[in-house]
Write a protein that binds this ligand. Structure first.
Ligand code: NAP
Length: 290
């Protein structure tokens, strides 16, 4: 069976290690703070005395720490760089597309194969059939090791040979999450200022989510097709959106709410309107985000 080391025993690194152990893989684990490895040792992992020792003992090196800078501090030491020769390095730390590409180039110079992944799941669902992990990089390398990756989540997906694409998709998938969470913060502020119970708000939000999802899907299709002009299928023009949006600006002023997000959105609306897109579809805002 493939021998694996996990570098990083934080919440996510520990969950990855537990899944490998549950599947019967021989495992070494190394963490900057060794005490965090103790629960994994109790499950059968070997706590390596150093990262280069862990790497040398393994076929696959899985990295999951805070960020690439933290990973690089240890991976790029002479001893670890040397030990990585001939190994498969799988970086599951969150990062930017260019960080993934730079790490791939560095790994290649040190004679190791490299895949970059993005974990679209929380630690509690690692190993479950629905847990999604996206991988990018050399497809044959991915396929040859897919059975190992499947241990971490049933939805193991190769997203392309460009090693930056797992990170890029991670960011693109999290963007609407943050948009929704910050939008909900704004909604909570409005409800609280206006004396609307949050339970009532949640009740009204439920049926409205279909409208939100449909508008999002429509925006993506129009962006793909560059259909920015309003047409018979347009759900709402910039005129309608910007008109309604001014009421959010008003309530922020009237109730002295934090208007930082509405101000930022208004700036994008106004740039598009100044460029002559007032009567276009909302999708006409797409070029103003680049
Ligand atoms: P965490 O519990 O805070 O663990 C952080 C890990 O990074 C620990 O192993 C920590 O080691 C290590 N670390 C931090 N700074 C370091 C440094 N300078 N040198 C060496 N090691 C360092 O965080 P986490 O939730 O496991 O997240 C880890 C990664 O997974 C992040 O990139 C995160 O974005 C990604 N991720 C997390 C989730 C999630 O739901 N938690 C979901 C998807 C992706 P020490 O123990 O020594 O501090």
């Amino acid at each position: 069976m493939t021998t694996i080391c996990v570098f990083g025993a934080g919440r996510m690194g520990s969950a990855l290690a537990r899944a490998f152990l549950a599947a019967g893989h021989v495992m070494s684990v190394w963490n900057r703070t060794p005490e965090r490895c103790k629960p994994l040792a109790d499950l059968g992992a070997r706590i390596a005395p150093s990262l280069d020792d862990a790497v040398a003992a393994s076929d696959i090196v899985v990295v999951n720490v805070l960020d690439y800078a933290a990973a690089d501090t240890h991976l790029r030491s002479p001893a670890v760089s040397h030990a990585l020769g001939g190994k498969l390095l799988v970086q599951l730390t969150s990062g930017s597309p260019d960080q993934a590409r730079q790490t791939a180039a560095w790994a290649s110079r040190h004679g190791s194969r490299y895949l970059d992944g993005a974990i679209m799941a929380t630690p509690n669902v690692i190993g479950q059939p629905f847990a999604t992990i996206l991988y990018a990089g050399d497809h044959p390398t991915f396929e040859a090791n897919k059975a190992v990756f499947d241990v971490l989540g049933g939805n193991t997906v190769h997203v392309g040979d460009d090693v930056g694409h797992a990170s890029a998709l991670d960011i693109a998938l999290l963007s609407p999450l943050w948009g929704t969470l910050f939008g909900t913060l704004q909604a909570i502020a409005v409800c609280q200022a206006e004396g609307i119970a949050l339970d009532a708000y949640a009740r009204h939000l439920k049926p409205f989510t279909k409208i939100i999802h449909d508008a999002t899907d429509d925006l993506i299709v129009r962006a793909r097709d560059r259909r920015y002009r309003a047409d018979d299928d347009t759900l709402a023009s910039i005129t309608a959106h910007h008109g309604a949006f001014q009421h959010l600006m008003s309530v922020c002023r009237e109730r002295q709410l934090n208007g930082a997000l509405p101000d930022a959105f208004d700036g994008i609306f106004r740039a598009a309107i100044a460029a002559g897109h007032l009567h276009d579809d909302f999708a006409a805002l797409v070029p103003f985000m680049r």
